[in-house]
Every structure is written in C-alpha cells, then in structure tokens.
Design a protein around this ligand. Structure first.
Ligand code: ADP
Ligand code: MG
Length: 332
C-alpha cells in the first residue's frame, strides 16, 4: 500500500483502531471520532501554512488540485481514506480537513447485534425482509451506520444471487460471494469523462442483476432507482439521508424534483417500488442503533411511511403497518 503523505502524528490517528473520522480545524484543534464519540486530541500540525500545504499535498496524492482557484476538494487517499479539505478564504479561520476512514472488514448482522445496534429479534426481522426480497431503504443521519447496515444486509442475500453494488466511492464491504461493483467518476479537469450514479443505475440493468444496491440515493438517480425497482429487481436496497422514517417520503419527493419528477409521480412510483425503510440513529452514548421500521403507503396521492416496528431494547413493538408486512414475510 502506498504511504500517505502525512506527518507521523496524523498517520497514527488515521490508522488507530476504532477511529472513524479525524477532523483538523485549522491550527485550532484536532478532533477524533470513534467508538466513544467525538473527542479532542493534543496533536499539533504546525501553523496555517503547514496545515494548508498538508491538505494540498494530500489532494495532489489523490490526483486533485487545491488552491485559491479551487478551494475545496473531496478525494480518495490510500488506505481507504476519504479526505475533504477547504482552505481560506472559504474557510476564513484556517484550512478545515475532514478525513473519513472506511472500515475494511465486513460487519455481519451478528456483529451489529454484539455492538448493541440491533437486538436478536430485530436482526431476525431484518433477515426476514432480505429473505422475502422486500426493497429496502436504510435511513439515518450522516455517520448513523447506514452503509454498514446496508453491507451487512447485502451479505444476507442468497449466494446463488448476483448483486450489483453502485457507489460514489467504494464503501460497502460484504462477504457475499457474487457481488460486482460499479463506482461513479467525477469529470476530469477538462470537464469530461464523468460517469454518474444515474448512468450506473441504468448500466446495472443490463448486467443481469438479481439485486441492485445503491450506496446512497442522494440526487437525481432516484428516478432510475424507482424505475429499476418497479421493473422487477426485488430485494434491492439503498441508503437515504433522513432524520426519521417519517421524513423519508419528503426526502424522496425532494430528490425526485431534482430529476424533474413531480411529487405525485414520486409518491406513486415509490409506494409501488419500495417495501420498507429501516432507520438508524446514533445515541448520545455513541452507539448506533436501529430505531424503527416503516412501510410505504400511498394515501390520497401522498407517500406515507407508516410505523411497522419500533425497536426498543430487546423488544419489538408492532405498529399499524406491521400486520400487512408480516403477512408478506410469511408468504415468502
Ligand atoms: N453498528 C455499528 N457499530 C459500530 N460501528 C459502526 C456501526 N455502524 C457503523 N459504524 C462505524 O461508523 C462509521 C460510520 O458508519 P457508516 O455506515 O459509514 O455511516 P453512514 O453511512 O450512515 O454515514 C464507520 O466507520 C463504521 O465503521
Ligand atoms: Mg453512508
């Protein structure tokens, strides 16, 4: 593996076990996120010029430029690290560098149960959803553990199935034996050569997928996703950014409008395409937990996410949408 062009103190933080994010706030402070939540560490990386040149050097290592003309960058670095950096004057108090470290090992659903993310009964319900090929959305805030849960769910697909994973950057690590990946690409410095998520969802349909997995649905690709799922790719899944299951319909409508779809069209298509949404939240104690499961429904032309299960410790509390979903799981 290529060595990262970073000072030893920073490299040590980036490779420390359990660390998920390292945040450099100019010359002010360095913060680290991990199992115990966000904490400040006593690491000093020099003056503004030194922090800036660190960001520029790392951006260059990832093949990107960072300077007065292009003051923000988002780049992949060796060691499964993504770096975002923004330099003055856009960051007036000094360069802000955010590293995200991607887990290299697949977490299984059993691992997530061991971490307190989902109870044994909750894991059983998720297993049944994947087994029944219910199209799933995994929702939550940034860092809630959506991608990690999605990867664990992908691993549960039958080994006889072919899974096509589409991502902006390679994040999903799964143990599934027949999983192929597509990765979107930004345009080059001349503005050509971009391959978008929308392109890739379309391409994936010609690759004989049994299941299509989209790392994150966050833009106009929602139109292709809804089309794909409405044309017989049951058992597909994606993550989506939302604060609760109940917020997912509005989020889908907002994404749909980016693709030129009106709210009603999104509602009709999503209600037909999507089976359920699983929500994750990170609690104050730093533990990421599955909190609720909801089912989509069309009511008076509007998309609703109706409560199916509430995950309360070891207990699953059934909601109004559970009986219909449970019948579907039993039939499968
Ligand atoms: N259930 C979990 N238990 C412990 N660590 C987790 C769990 N889920 C995610 N993580 C870690 O938290 C970080 C953020 O998770 P990720 O799945 O990328 O979140 P999101 O996709 O919601 O932004 C990752 O580094 C991951 O390894
Ligand atoms: Mg994610």
């Amino acid at each position: 593996m290529t060595e990262l062009a970073a000072p030893a103190a920073l490299s040590a933080l980036l490779t420390a076990p359990g660390v998920t994010d390292v945040l450099i706030n100019g010359t002010e402070a360095v913060w680290v996120d991990g199992a115990g939540g966000l904490r400040r560490v006593a690491v000093h990386l020099g003056d503004q010029a030194a922090v800036r040149s660190l960001a520029v050097r790392l951006a260059a290592q990832g093949g990107r430029r960072l300077d007065d003309a292009v003051p923000t960058v988002d780049v992949h670095l060796p060691g499964s690290i993504r770096m975002h950096a923004v330099v003055p004057p856009v960051a007036p108090a000094g360069p802000l560098i955010s590293f995200r470290i991607f887990r290299r090992q697949a977490l299984t659903l059993a691992d997530l149960t061991a971490h307190g993310t989902v109870s044994a009964a909750g894991a059983e319900a998720l297993r049944a959803l994947v087994g029944a090929r219910v199209n799933l959305m995994v929702s939550g805030a940034t860092g809630a553990g959506k991608t990690t849960l999605l990867a664990a769910l992908v691993s549960l697909a039958a080994p006889t199935e072919r899974v096509v994973v589409i991502e902006e950057a390679q994040e999903i690590v799964t143990s599934h034996p027949h999983c192929v990946r597509l990765e979107a690409r930004n345009a080059n410095a001349e503005g050509s050569g971009s391959v978008t998520l929308t392109d890739l969802v379309r391409e994936s349909l010609r690759m004989r997928p049994d299941r299509i997995v989209l790392g994150e649905c966050r833009g106009e690709e929602v139109r292709e996703v809804l089309t794909a799922l409405n044309t017989g790719h049951d058992g597909s899944a994606a993550t989506i950014h939302a604060n609760s299951c109940g917020d997912v319909p509005a989020r889908l409508v907002a994404l749909g409008s980016l693709a030129g779809l009106d709210g009603r069209t999104v509602a009709v298509q999503a209600a037909a395409a999507l089976g359920a949404v699983v929500h994750l939240a990170r609690a104050a104690d730093g533990v990421r937990r599955v909190t609720e499961l909801a089912a989509f429904e069309l009511a008076g032309g509007e998309l609703l996410a109706r409560p199916a299960l509430s995950f309360q410790g070891e207990r699953l509390v059934e909601g109004e949408a559970w009986p219909a979903l449970a019948r579907r799981l039993e039939r499968a």
